[in-house]
Design a protein around this ligand. Structure first.
Ligand code: FAD
Length: 409
């Protein structure tokens, strides 16, 4: 067998070098395969802003031996404070910090998405069996007796690439899902996010703290926390589409806004929050899309991971965590089964129920966070009565997830 053919016989291709794609590359290489990752971006720009990395996500990063590097660029918030967005009054707080590590075996961190992606990318670049093709956009893929041929545009040139399987990690609008698998399209949540990154010295003093702060208001909510060792704060506001006109724009284009536009739209929010909108910072617009729950994530030698398989709303702060869990389970399934289709089936069976439940929880959180009038009053009362510890305990099933080990039963 010539060397070129031998290389193709052990190559698994991945479309997308986001969190799910890069983590999958690392786990698949560890299972003994060569990996080629196609990423349409010419360079991995620091897109997105903050991510909460809950203990289940940290368990995956620890398994990859990357937890110490992540801890060095992330922040470990000591708690979550939840406020009424209108009155500014605190509703409740949840203790994080060391107690979380004792309870779940891993910390609860907050990080800039770019720092997480860079840590994963550098780990891939150190791995001789992983090749990252930047500026290479997957267009289609065809399965055949010898494996799979991917068609990708690289530097305006269309080329064929051969391997034995394809993993679609190409996000909510995945070409792999639409062209090679089920043809399902994402749907609009009729909400959008406005995100900003603010240098900490620009932050109003009262808002500087090593805590996650959440404001709940009718139809909307906002989350603020420190990232990059506390040198910056990540701010996200989630609003329904009807606010678009108030904010002065009509189309779903990714654009930049000033806080002044946003303040006009938020009208009655408390000044403790709206003072953030006076900062001289740029806000970026993100339309939020989800996927209807898919019955299958795999067919023969193609499988989906991350948002490509289960894009959800951000209200449970679990999208990236699910992509990391997917990668770990996929790697485990590949190393414990005889064939790739068998591995992909096992992976899918282990993942669909959990990600569907978390996706539903995220939808429920969205409704609860954004309740209006009297319903908001009762929500706040209930949260106060429950207290932070009980609210946290309700997340146990998510945070205490364990990586599969050994042979499947
Ligand atoms: C406002 C907001 C807040 C969030 N907060 C959290 C949080 O606190 N915690 C958490 O865990 N998650 C959070 N999430 C979710 C999280 O950001 C996503 O779930 C996660 O980043 C998805 O990762 P992914 O790798 O699956 O997809 P993506 O990040 O979308 O990556 C897909 C990659 O594929 C590439 N690509 C696409 N098409 C092609 C193609 N045809 N060929 C080659 N490459 C292609 C893209 O360029 C991209 O690099 C949040 C999301 C939002 C919007």
């Amino acid at each position: 067998m010539d060397a070129h053919f031998e290389k193709e016989r052990r190559t698994i291709m991945i479309s997308g070098a986001g969190i799910a794609g890069l983590a999958s590359a690392l786990f698949i290489a560890r299972a003994g395969y060569r990996v080629e990752v196609f990423e349409k971006a010419k360079k991995l720009d620091p897109v997105g802003s903050g991510l909460q990395l809950t203990p289940n996500a940290m368990q995956v990063l620890a398994e990859l031996g990357l937890d110490k590097q992540i801890e060095a660029t992330a922040n470990a918030p000591v708690g979550i404070e939840i406020f009424n967005g209108r009155s500014g009054r605190k509703i409740t707080d949840i203790r994080l910090g060391n107690e979380i590590t004792q309870r779940y075996g891993q910390p609860y961190l907050v990080i800039h998405r770019a720092d997480l992606q860079e840590t994963l990318l550098n780990a891939c670049l150190r791995e001789p069996d992983i090749l990252i093709r930047l500026g290479s956009e997957l267009r289609d893929a065809v399965s055949h007796a010898n494996g799979i041929t991917a068609i990708a545009d690289t530097n305006q040139k269309t080329d064929n690439y051969r391997g034995i399987a394809l993993i679609g990690a190409d996000g909510v609008d995945s070409i792999t899902r639409r062209e090679c698998l089920l043809g399902k399209y994402s749907v609009s949540t009729k909400t959008f996010a406005l995100r900003a990154l603010v240098e900490s010295q620009e932050m109003p003093l009262v808002l500087r703290s090593n805590r996650i702060k959440m404001w709940l208001a009718p139809d909307a909510h906002a989350v603020v926390y420190p990232v990059r060792g506390g040198h910056y704060y990540s701010i996200v506001i989630i609003l329904p589409d009807k606010f678009k006109l108030l904010l002065g724009f009509e189309y779903d284009i990714q654009d930049e806004f000033t806080g002044k536009n946003i303040a006009a739209g938020l009208g009655k929010w408390n000044t403790k929050f709206t003072q953030l909108l006076k900062l001289n910072t740029k806000w970026t617009f993100w339309p939020l899309k989800t996927l209807p729950q898919l019955k299958a994530w795999t067919e023969e030698n193609i499988a989906l991971v991350g948002d490509a398989a289960h894009a959800m709303t951000p209200h449970a702060a679990q999208g990236a965590a699910m992509g990391l869990e997917d990668a770990a389970v996929l790697g485990w399934a590949i190393s414990t089964t005889k064939t790739l289709p068998e591995a992909f089936q096992l992976y899918q069976n282990r993942r669909i129920k959990r990600t569907s439940a978390i996706s539903r929880l995220s939808e429920t959180n969205r409704t609860i966070y954004q309740l209006p009038g009297a319903l908001a009053f009762f929500r706040n009362l209930r949260m106060r009565i429950m207290g932070g510890d009980k609210i946290l305990a309700r997340q146990d099933w998510i945070y205490s997830w364990k990586l599969p080990k050994g042979k499947p039963e």
